[in-house]
Write a protein that binds this ligand. Sequence first.
Ligand code: SAM
Length: 298
Amino acid sequence: MDPVSPAVVKELISRHGFRIKKSLGQNFLIDGNIIRKIVAAVEPSPADTVVEIGPGLGALTRSLAARAGQVLAVEIDRNLIPVLEETMTGLDNVHIIESDALKTDFDSLVKAERGHTSSPFTGDVVTQYKVAANLPYYITTPLIMHLLEKHSSINRIVVMVQEEVARRIMARPDTPEYGALTLAVNFYAHTEMVFRVPRTVFIPRPEVDSAVVRLDVRDTPAVSVKDKKVFFALVRAGFQQRRKTLLNAVGCIDKRISKEMWLGVFQQADIEPGRRGETLSLGEFARLADAYTNAYLL
Ligand code: SAM
């Protein structure tokens, strides 16, 4: 049963006595065309494992399963599991897993689920996989960061997010949308805005429009830094109070370092200390992080 049409969605929900939970960001897709476009962005092949986060009633899951070798569908809501078991009938390459995505180690999950699949070209055990999700809005940023920071085997993430979040991911320096999320995501991945999604294609209808973004994970981060923690601490400090100059903003990072000492760091990095964090590129944040690391941590 394909849970894409509004009539099927309503029938499934009522027959299973399912109550939609706003608190879990449950807005179900009812547009086959949008689903086709998401799957096209994922580009699953029979050699691929795709992890789907938040399958809901399974609208996207079925289409992913038609093209991927294996789909691991990770859903937090226990009450959706029997619905998914029904909508996935006949698809033996889908494994439904009840789990909180924020607490799931997907690299280990894929390894355990994939068993001994090996590459037809090299014979090596294949560990890379793709992630697809129509993300519950309440965990968008922490989940994207969880995927990028804690997993080394993901090679592509295709996610539907609120349009405003998509704009933040794609933002250029010195714009209101540019911020810590922009820098963190671009540090790990090549980003692409794939298409916009109107709010009218969901049941229930959310309050804002969405967009699908594709993150192709880089083999190595966009900039090399001596200490990732320092880099991200500087990025966070630079945007915590956007109106502050960087010199005033970085003080909170290390209480032992005086303003004069920071001025030396800025000089070493060749960055004007009167600038605001929102004007710095990834490369400039990296330079500043390394100047500080060289001066005080090595
Ligand atoms: N993929 C479906 C679709 O497109 O119709 C449903 C998308 S709905 C926006 C988000 C889904 O994520 C819901 O099924 C919700 O229960 C699930 N979800 C919410 N929080 C979650 C979490 N922490 N871990 C896993 N799934 C979660």
